[in-house]
Design a protein around this ligand. Sequence first.
Ligand code: BGC
Length: 801
Amino acid sequence: MSDDWRLVYTGYDPASEGLREALSTLANGYLGTRGAAPESEADGTHYPGTYISGGYNRLKTEIAGRTVEIEDLVNMPNWLPVAIRVDGGHWLQPDRHETPDYEQVLDLRRGMLERHYRIRDHEGRETRIAERRIVHVHERHLMALEIAVAALNWSGHVEVRSGLDGRVENKGVERYRAFNGRHLRPLEARADAQMLFLKMETVQSELRVAVAARTQILCDGQPIALTPEVEQDDDRCAQVFATTLEQGRTMAVRKTAAIFTSADTAISEAGDAACKLVARAPSVPELFESQATAWAHIWQRFDLHLASKATPNGNDAQKVLRLHLFHLLQTVTSEDHAAKSCIPARGLHGEAYHGHVFWDELFVFPVLNLRDPEITRGLLSYRHRRLGEARATAQEAGYRGAMYPWQSGSDGREETQALHLNPRSQRWLPDNSYLQRHVGTAVAYNMWQYYQATGDIHFLAHRAGEVILEIARFWASTATYNARHARYEIAGVMGPDEYHDAYPGADRPGLLNNAYTNIMAVWVLCRALETLETVPEGHATRLRDMMGLSDSELKEWDAISRKMRIPFHDRDIISQFEGYATLEEFDWAHYREKYGDIQRLDRILEAEGDTPNRYKVSKQADVLMLFYLFSSEELTELFERLGYPFDPQSIPRTIEYYESRTSHGSTLSRVVHAWVLARGDRTRSWQLFREALESDICDIQGGTTAEGIHVGAMAGTVDLIQRCYTGIELRRDALHLSPCLPDDLHRLSFRMTYRGQPLAVDLTPGRLTLTAGRRPERPIHVKVRQEETTLAPGQTRLFEV
Ligand code: BGC
């Protein structure tokens, strides 16, 4: 099999086990299980973790003299445990025994994790282990594991211990260890000859989770009837099978597990559903087979072919992109579950950021919109369902409309940690990132983009419209008129750059006129007005009546959208916020020399008793987000509306200005920088794209990937290929393409869908080929560079580009 489809790790390496576990996570949008070894428990090296989308629980902890309440995505009972030993020796474990030819393979094509190795115990017995597992992508409550054990140079007595372990806690992130992580209490544990069963409940949210498992032992492919010894405790249970194995023969352990929670639909009760499903489940080989079929269909729709010379750190770009697509698709929730959770920033792959949802959807949805907008539609309902909470939050803060939280979990309240630990200084510090009100604009932007991709007017009229209008109302209520400038202003916010949360020496957090926030607020106000003009009249009236939207309020929105203040400095550089120009320049060379890795300058400076608030330094793209989200045409329109002179010639200067002042402390940053440089500096863009590809596979932040993948950056790299280098934009009811391939990218092709019409895109330097699907019979409006045309069903068109 081509290596483009396999993430291979050779040799057992305890130091990189956490990273491998995260990157080998198998998930299906409903649940995810880290690629932890079934024979190991959580210790300094291994961290088994299973997370159910939306499976949150809140706990309190006393920290630094305060009571801190945190909502975590709960680490659920571990369904993996299987351990094997020979003649009463130690349980076989790579940590204890020699493993001369250890290999771990994540098979992206089939959605399967494999481990193959020989293990030599202290008595010199050699055993070959071949392990395969899946988390079924179609039968979302089912998981399967098979371990084949071959006796290479011994005959003897073998014991197999298969269990369910509820003694799990949320302890996967070192700097969160001070927080209370005991989320589950046991309800029932049962083991008999046929089945293992464990039911637990989250202590605050009272979510019941039930796991049932069946284990079968085979010898040379034939099931053998064994009666296991059973072990049972409050919060775990196990079956121990004993048999003999002759030299040269192979036995197999096959384990199937089913998980349900009390929040699942179409069930009577979680435990009942788990027992029923595991009893009815097809055999493990059949499950492996249907998993491969399901993934083959997924890849048919989502794969992206790339011919390039890029080899980030020895890994072919094609493979890393597939890995990114794989993890992205594994993380997105099935539609029936989407209202419970959206996309945790770190996937279902670890516990970083407590499993919270941020603004990272902004980097994810564009990829899905062009492939399977139904997924986006489902995920957008997460925000729609939390509109009530966002309205209440706005009101409590003295505003109108809807204020979405920077970090969101179960019910949509603000979940940002009040305090965070700087691991460098070991100091607990106030976390002001909740002031990133721009998260709401991302919600509105995503709603509008989904509508652009699909033309789904029903969704716009019923769900998106309400959300967009309420977010617009929020921005209008935050804007205050400043007579000195004769403009509106927004105060007390943070932009995407988290290095600036206050003015130097200020006694309260927040910045004035963050350019990104202000322009996005203007954009939302415009889209809100456009929504009312776009949806069928009856719906526009309904929306206005329900919200009590008067003509004068709409007039005010229009006025604000024309008179918002945007600060500039150095003639035509958009200032990140009011007063940015007065900050000190930073001594980058000195800090690079002193510390080497300065991605997290905030932690370095705080540990030195200083703060990035004093300097012109950015953690990540802030002003440059504008060039990421909007074409220069769109920005020109926005600035014209605002009555500011805007020369697109200033864009490269602005990019250069901020690029030289950014530390890329967020993995999202390189994606944005690669994007905005795609036309002006193709070489640098490609270099940043390659660095972005390395974010997780090379763990460029030195340890964060083990705590969960960076879903936004993964999706962002896919989108760089899919939308950026093809110049795809969805605007004014047409699909725009304006390709600009980096020199190292010789060809790319993929399938997409635009307004319900499937489309194959093939791009080589100078030539773009578009082929429309035969069905449905719906022509689409395409604009390639300046050429406008209609593509009929089944038609292929070549364009010189
Ligand atoms: C970034 C945010 C991002 C969050 C979750 C932070 O480090 O600064 O922009 O939303 O991570 O991915």
